[in-house]
Design a protein around this ligand. Sequence first.
Ligand SMILES: Nc1ncnc2c1ncn2[C@@H]1O[C@H](COP(=O)(O)OP(=O)(O)O)[C@@H](O)[C@H]1O
Ligand SMILES: [Mg+2]
Length: 332
Amino acid sequence: MSDAATLPRAEAAVTPVIEAQDLVKTYEVGRGLFSPPGVVRAVSGISLSLAPRRTLAVVGESGSGKSTLGRMLALIEPPTGGHLAIDGVDVTGVDGARLKGLRRSVQMVFQNPYGSLNPRRTIRASLEEPLLVNTDLTPDQRHARAVDMLTRVGLRPEHAERYPHMFSGGQRQRIAIARALMLRPKIIVLDEPVSALDVSVRAQVLNLLADLQQEFDLAYVFVSHDLSVVRHIADEVMVMYLGGVVEQAPKEAIFADPRHPYTKALLSATPVADPGRKRDRIVLTGELPSPFAPPPGCVFHPRCPVAIDRCRVEKPVLAGDGTRLTACHLAP
Ligand SMILES: Nc1ncnc2c1ncn2[C@@H]1O[C@H](COP(=O)(O)OP(=O)(O)O)[C@@H](O)[C@H]1O
Ligand SMILES: [Mg+2]
């Protein structure tokens, strides 16, 4: 009985579904006709580990590299450097056929569900497509799965024959989530999945995601520029700034006791649940620096309210006690 499929659950659970070491992604970008191309470091050396059925939230301002990290983890784009293992398999340098198999384990949901739903095809056709491409299921089986998944995301069987434009934004996102689930992945990378939705529908979609996580044993990488969105769904929070991680900790620690000045600033901009514990608002001045020319020392120092001389020259390393990591010279 050495078949991997017969391993007891507790034993299987210790293998992370995602393990990333020092992931880097650079892009060569033209800077006009007479300038040499520049190199953007969109992600500069990120390591992480995600256990099955857990949620890692990745937060930070627009331009911090969250989507780029998400696309690498979802095997949509290869990293420029570093190592990535999905479901225990090192994907760095694996061949096409093997990669195709692994791609079934990890799916991605985007902010705008129109990206994954063809406006000219019925919902049923969009849901069945991954099965058509990747499985040997019969047309009847594919249809049954599509309808089943639609009902699991809170829609009705008759919705299958309709077109994307006939749905609200929230319903379309439910359909995109159903599509991501068709191949029964272990991991879903959600890139700002509720950012385009009305506040009133946001909570419903977040609740749906939480229910589906239990039902399908999913691990989530949940990308959001808004910390308040991940407050309930996250287990662990990774805060990104200019391509790197400035702080990573269990959710409770991030919200109760943020240590990096950038995390404090992000948190101070989010609404407080308990108005009695009103926080002082920390307003960040200036913009995210250009990733073409990151500042020397700590990349956050030009905007940091507490920066000291050392921060201008020496880059802080991400360090801590195992559960809490902070990249700041002033962190406790
Ligand atoms: N395909 C690309 N080509 C060139 N630059 C890119 C590309 N994708 C992202 N970038 C750059 O990488 C940085 C991080 O972008 P992104 O990952 O989209 O951040 P976020 O999702 O946090 O807003 C930005 O400076 C962006 O302009
Ligand atoms: Mg993004």
